[in-house]
Design a binder for this molecule. Structure first.
Ligand code: RB5
Length: 160
């Protein structure tokens, strides 16, 4: 079952698309909380990645959408937050697979790369797809193990 609440965020390069995605999700009946940015003034994408990623990691019943110019920087930043699996999806097939295979909890889009028809199709695929579990659960659990392993090392001050 798709989560009903989304946290959404972008930098200035993703602002227009964020507004579009927000209204698209609202029209479909999803609850969307916008964590900024709120205009086209130049900002730094890690700040918005962090805001959205923290909210999604704390509330398992929510998903996220993040947008920067390419989608790359904001994905890298969001994936630093434990529990986050942010997937940059440039086409509908990848959007479906990110949900089915990776149990991705943040959809990442590129603000400067697609037309509205493409965005609609990516969003539709993401919303329709659910995690398939099985062998994919084993792999997602291995991702979680990597997180645990490295958070232990950081906590112990041991780097090797
Ligand atoms: C901002 O100009 C741009 O660098 C940013 O939106 C993003 O594409 C970074 O990965």
């Amino acid at each position: 079952m798709q989560k009903r609440k989304f946290y959404i965020g972008s930098d200035h390069a993703g602002y227009n698309l964020k507004e579009y995605v927000k209204s698209n999700l609202n029209k479909k009946g999803y609850v969307v909380e916008d964590l900024g940015t709120y205009d086209k003034t130049s900002v730094d994408y890690p700040d918005f990645a962090k805001k959205v990623a923290i909210k999604v990691s704390r509330d398992k019943d929510t998903s996220g959408v993040l947008i920067c110019g390419t989608g790359i920087g904001i994905s890298i930043a969001a994936n630093k937050v434990p529990g986050i699996r942010a997937a940059l999806c440039n086409d509908p097939a990848c959007a479906a697979l990110a949900r089915k295979h990776n149990d991705a909890n943040i959809l990442v889009l590129a603000g400067r790369r697609y037309n509205k028809r493409k965005v609609d199709s990516i969003l539709k695929s993401w919303l329709k797809a659910d995690f398939e579990g099985g062998r994919h659960l084993r792999r997602v659990n291995k991702i979680k193990n990597i997180e645990r392993e490295f958070s232990k090392k950081t906590n112990n001050g041991c780097q090797n």
